[in-house]
Write a protein of this length. Structure first.
Length: 286
């Protein structure tokens, strides 16, 4: 019986166990295999494995295919990946005439030729979409982008005592358009930093604190300011910073209530503590 040295045996095993990449390109459905799904392997003969989505036994057709290295940014995001495919028999050109390659899903997996009995024995290397395609005489090149976009976004709520929701949004649920929370009126006086309306602004002290005033006519038309204090005696809302012009008698406006984001205000003013999005039980140091 022919025997190999330990060195040659190691080389033989390395060749036999050498990993290959398989590619599923979805020209039809992007979420299921169908007759328009292309199954390719970067090898010299057919390899029988399992489809990516349905995990069904599938033949992967040989095609010389290379890709660039998959680089990640400092935040762990995958940059563009470039693929190059042989186009010697013009089969890919015919496919390009039949399908629009752009925005089609492409999945690349790593498998080992001695582990082909389970779909679990595959590692997803790339899952994304073809962004651009170019053809040369004997090759086709594609630029692919990852399916998952940027990871530069925050999830959850910041850990803080004050409410994280915006007053009146879907998390807060308070209806800012209710008559108790919104009034439309006409100024009876004012300055660069105050609005007076003795007819409409007759609520209790601090009622409109943290609210917003939007001017709908006059020299300040379209401007809005935050209310930092409200006085019942003066029927006056004090604004957070000066307007371009003095508020004149006859200027129209709309005023909305606001919230200082404390649990006390949420509970006692709006009876909305069930929707409070702050961490009011943060332990404090003595």
């Amino acid at each position: 019986m022919y025997s190999l040295s330990s060195t040659l045996t190691a080389i033989k095993n390395q060749v036999q166990h050498k990993p290959v990449e398989i590619h599923d390109i979805y020209f039809g459905s992007q979420v299921a295999e169908d007759s328009s799904t292309l199954h390719l392997v970067n090898f010299y003969k057919i390899i029988n494995f399992f489809s990516y989505i349905g995990n069904e036994p599938t033949q992967y057709i040989p095609l010389a295919m290379q890709r660039s290295g998959i680089k990640r940014t400092s935040t762990g995001e995958i940059e563009n990946v470039n693929y190059q495919l042989d186009n010697v028999n013009k089969e890919l050109s015919d496919l390009a005439n039949q399908y629009d390659f752009r925005n089609k899903r492409m999945v690349t997996r790593l498998i080992f030729r001695d582990h082909l009995d389970s779909y679990a024995d595959a590692k997803v290397v790339f899952d994304g979409f073809i962004q651009a395609v170019s053809f040369e005489q004997k090759k086709m090149q594609t630029v692919c982008v990852p399916k998952l976009g940027s990871l530069k976004f925050e999830t959850g709520w910041p850990y803080q005592i004050y409410c994280n929701a915006r007053f009146g949004d879907a998390y807060c649920t308070v209806d800012k358009t209710l008559p108790a929370n919104k009034k439309t009126g006409t100024a009876t006086g004012g300055t660069h930093s105050t609005l007076i309306d003795s007819t409409i602004l007759t609520q209790a002290d601090d009622y409109w604190n943290n609210g917003i005033v939007v001017f709908t006519s006059g020299d300040n038309n379209g401007l809005f300011r935050k209310v930092v204090d409200f006085s019942n005696t003066a029927c006056m809302a004090t604004l957070d910073y000066d307007l371009d012009h003095n508020v004149a008698v006859g200027d129209t406006y709309t005023i909305y209530r606001g919230c200082n984001k404390t649990l006390s205000r949420c509970k006692n003013t709006y009876s909305n503590d069930a929707n409070f999005h702050g961490f009011h039980s943060i332990p404090l140091q003595d």
